[in-house]
Ligand binder design. Structure first.
Ligand SMILES: Cc1cc2nc3c(=O)[nH]c(=O)nc-3n(C[C@H](O)[C@H](O)[C@H](O)COP(=O)(O)OP(=O)(O)OC[C@H]3O[C@@H](n4cnc5c(N)ncnc54)[C@H](O)[C@@H]3O)c2cc1C
Length: 520
């Protein structure tokens, strides 16, 4: 029997980037949503800036990547400062070349980003219900019942599922009785959006980490527009609310920033916490409601967006009768494992740049400016750095949905990006439909099976494709042997049990089938 999709409304609590992307993705997949936010207006401050390549790859699938790229600023280079002068400059404009169609670092302020998401959502016919707050949630028995405080009074709403995208002090998390263990860093972050001139205003990224704190300077759209991010130690905190005047000396005196006018200044405490569970019954936690950590590395918002897409395709599959409800059990283990790793690594990064003591200072002041540019110029290191920061390395090898491997590629990996003549293997993903990819030549049985099941089949001629990045990865070398896992990939569903085939392709030889397409 067809599931009654009209009665399957998913309630999304919170219209930050996480909730908005969840709403967009579900809407594109034909799932009705109700998205509420207690705030009367969308956010108007820039907050998270970095949009990682993996987020853009996923945005490409729902047709919004071009708008994000057009709205943001591509950062051409990173400059390391020490003792008041730039000590090293590294180009990062094509740091992920060959690894992703989005091989650059993109800065796109959160307010503009959210506005772009809202515009797309409205074009898809969904409006965020503002001034509507979730005050109570009962998700332990049957369908979740949410008590909403709206502009006109209280309302009980029964949803098929509830997504708690309501930020770090999540009401959904508290209502579900989920602990949020972790800690709080000493001191405050400050963020300042300024207009200024000087060497820092050259459209590039500047990093100064020689003392026991750091200053990051990001270019924003428009000449002279910059974002400064730094740290105020507890011991340096004035007895009044911190202002830009209290923190400006590093940028202004030491890094020669001139003519500064401040457009926005804010401080915030940073926590490192991961919720003990990401799900209770039919209610889920996503984004900052599930995990918070230091902004070092620009991962937070992107991780929330990753949560949203991971959950969206699974909810849609269940609500449309394409998968059993058990598939939802994979959301928590897949995303909680990544969130825990992320909190650990950002914690280590944060400790590294803020550690006190003479040795740490020598390392930051003397060694880092010398070693970092060398490391950045090594192709293998650039690739590793890009893979890690861009989140294209996020994988779900341990998920129960992941099965099989071939060559260097394991089920649960992100589908490697491959350029073909005039196109690439990501192009078919925009259909958001289940699909089978074959790298090599398709066997007739697979064609027949896909046709019978109504599944898209895409064949890529791997010998003509640019596959250099799939081989042994050494700079300048062509792979001696390519092993290409041709697995099904619709959204991120390479971790479902796909129709799997694996071919070994030697240069100059015909593809040889090494394993049959047997698991469809
Ligand atoms: C000042 C500041 C600077 C930051 N700078 C950076 C940075 O440089 N880099 C970085 O990576 N991250 C930064 N962040 C963090 C980043 O903004 C978050 O990671 C991101 O916003 C998380 O998105 P989200 O959608 O999960 O949650 P949020 O953006 O917090 O959205 C949650 C939404 O839920 C709504 N809500 C809450 N409770 C309810 C309820 N009961 N009912 C209905 N609606 C509710 C809220 O109004 C809000 O709109 C910064 C944050 C702040 C505050």
């Amino acid at each position: 029997m067809e599931p009654d999709i009209e009665r399957a409304t998913v309630l999304i609590v919170g219209a930050g980037p996480t909730g908005l992307v969840l709403a967009l993705w579900l809407t594109r997949l034909g799932v009705p949503v109700r998205i509420i936010d207690r705030a009367q207006e969308p956010g108007t401050t820039s907050r998270a800036l970095a949009i990682q390549a993996r987020t853009l790859e996923l945005y490409q699938q729902i047709g919004i990547a071009a708008d994000a790229v057009a709205g943001g600023v591509k950062v051409p280079a990173l400059n390391l400062w020490a003792s008041g002068r730039p000590r090293a400059r590294v180009r990062i404009d094509a740091i992920g070349q060959g690894l992703s169609p989005f091989a650059f670092a993109l800065v796109y302020p959160q307010d503009a980003h959210e506005k772009m998401l809202i515009d797309h959502l409205e074009r898809a016919g969904v409006r965020v219900e503002r001034g509507t707050e979730l005050v109570h949630l009962d998700a332990r028995t049957g369908g979740p019942r949410a008590t909403l405080r709206t502009k006109t009074g209280e309302e009980i709403f029964e949803a098929s599922y509830v997504a708690g995208c309501d930020g770090a002090s999540s009401t959904v998390r508290r209502q579900l009785g989920i602990e949020f263990p972790g800690g709080t860093y000493q001191g405050y972050f400050y963020v300042a959006d300024v207009h200024a001139s000087g060497a820092l205003a050259n459209g590039e990224l500047h990093v100064d980490i020689e003392d026991v704190d750091f200053l990051l300077v990001f270019p924003l759209k428009g000449a002279g527009n910059l974002r400064l991010v730094g740290l105020v130690h507890e011991s340096e905190k004035p007895d009044h609310a911190v202002t830009f005047d209290d923190v400006k000396s590093r940028a202004v005196d030491r890094m020669h920033l001139a003519g500064v006018s401040v457009n926005w200044f804010s401080t915030y405490r940073v926590h490192h916490r991961v919720a003990q569970r990401f799900r209770v019954g039919r209610a889920f936690l996503l984004g900052d409601a599930a995990h918070v950590h230091s902004p070092v590395g620009g991962q937070g918002m992107n991780t929330g967006i990753g949560d949203a897409i991971n959950l969206a395709w699974k909810l849609a599959a269940v609500l449309k009768g394409e998968a059993g409800a058990a598939i939802l059990d994979t959301y928590e283990p897949e995303r909680i494992a990544f969130a825990r790793r992320l909190v650990e690594t950002t914690d280590r990064g944060f400790t590294l740049v803020t550690r006190q003591g003479g040795i740490a200072r020598v390392v930051r002041r003397q060694l880092v400016p010398v070693i970092a540019p060398v490391v950045f110029r090594l192709p293998a290191m650039r690739r590793l750095l890009f893979r890690t920061v861009s989140q294209i390395n996020v994988s779900y090898h341990d998920s129960v949905l992941s099965e099989g491997d071939t060559g260097e590629i394991r089920a649960g990996d992100r589908l490697p990006w491959i350029k073909t003549n005039g196109s690439d293997n990501f192009a078919p993903l925009v259909s958001l439909r289940w699909q089978v990819h074959v790298y090599g030549r398709t066997r007739d049985e697979l064609k027949e099976a896909c046709s019978a099941l109504g599944i898209e089949l895409h064949e890529f001629d791997v010998c003509k494709a640019d596959l250099t990045h799939l081989g042994d990865g050494r700079h300048g070398s062509h792979p001696r042997r390519l092993q290409v896992h041709s697995f099904s990939e619709a959204l991120e569903w390479h971790r479902t049990k796909p129709a799997t085939s694996s071919r070994t392709c030697r240069r100059g030889s015909r593809p040889r089938l090494t394993r049959s397409e047997s698991t469809l």
